[in-house]
Ligand binder design. Sequence first.
Ligand SMILES: NC(=O)c1ccc[n+]([C@@H]2O[C@H](COP(=O)([O-])OP(=O)(O)OC[C@H]3O[C@@H](n4cnc5c(N)ncnc54)[C@H](O)[C@@H]3O)[C@@H](O)[C@H]2O)c1
Length: 321
Amino acid sequence: MKILITGGAGFIGSNLVRTLHEGSLLSADELVVIDNLSLGRREFIADLIDDSRLFFYEQDLLDAESLHAVFDKHRPDLVWHLSANSDIGYGAKFTDWDLKQGTLATYNVLEAMRRVGTKKVVFASTSAIYGEATVLPTPEDYGPLFPISLYGASKLACEGLISSFCHNFGFQAWIYRFGNIVGKNGTHGALVDFIGKLKKSPNRLPVLGNGKQAKPYLHVSDCIEGMVFGFQHANEQVNYFNLACPGATSVTALAEAVVEAFGTDTQIEYSGGTRGWVGDVPQVRLDTSRMTSLGWQARYSSDQAAAKAVEELMEQMAPGV
Ligand SMILES: NC(=O)c1ccc[n+]([C@@H]2O[C@H](COP(=O)([O-])OP(=O)(O)OC[C@H]3O[C@@H](n4cnc5c(N)ncnc54)[C@H](O)[C@@H]3O)[C@@H](O)[C@H]2O)c1
């Protein structure tokens, strides 16, 4: 099988590329990675780039002509589409950013697939499409879907495009609505933010909101295992799942875990308010029973995933601390 991964030098993408390269969960004859390195890092997959089975293209998905050339050359059997803007705040400042990096880039990928006859796509969506859901834990069939961030709106539009390509052109899709993903190679999110801040100034940790925001944290290894499991065991035309663990971890618990790992005498200072930023959904709980019924559940609880990620990120981001 030839697998093309977009965003393969990013946080989740680099972990996925490494797992697929090892072949323990799913074996691939050829791995094609496209990433413009705007948010990803070459170093995450640098040791794999010389492998004869792996082809890396530093390329922008918005350059449709170059994208089509990669598809013409490799004619993948499966696309794992992970590329997107992961900086939600940036998307709120530059209002066409998610539209371009999310929706338009996704259209380009789907159209490139259609042109060469690639029919299978795995897509990284998000719980942000649910907006401020009134049903917690939120099941996949919750509605109406009214996202409150431009990022969430873009992802919802992507799901619509994917579903339409499935029905018009015989595609098959596996859409995963992630909670928060944490672990090695993380470059954004609360844990990375806290570790970065404490490295600069160990005595005070400014935290956005009142600290009571709580979301499910899934370890990146579970995220990848779950995506592969769903791909192997669900066979509808459009398969869609919440991918998370049950329960949630509060922002205060995350901040305290990071402070404890640093071992410093740190004052945690809250900016106040129930949400961290405009577009932030303060309380997220995801109903994971569909993945459980399929036969998969996360190995780590939300608290365990956060603790493991703190260890991994401290090793990567704060050597010697
Ligand atoms: N990390 C999470 O908690 C989380 C939660 C929900 C959904 N997701 C989704 O999962 C996917 C992966 O997220 P991540 O955390 O690894 O983010 P990330 O930013 O680390 O990875 C995204 C990758 O896409 C690349 N990219 C962005 N725009 C591009 C473009 N125009 N052309 C080519 N490459 C481009 C970036 O350089 C980066 O390497 C994203 O679609 C994200 O929206 C992540």
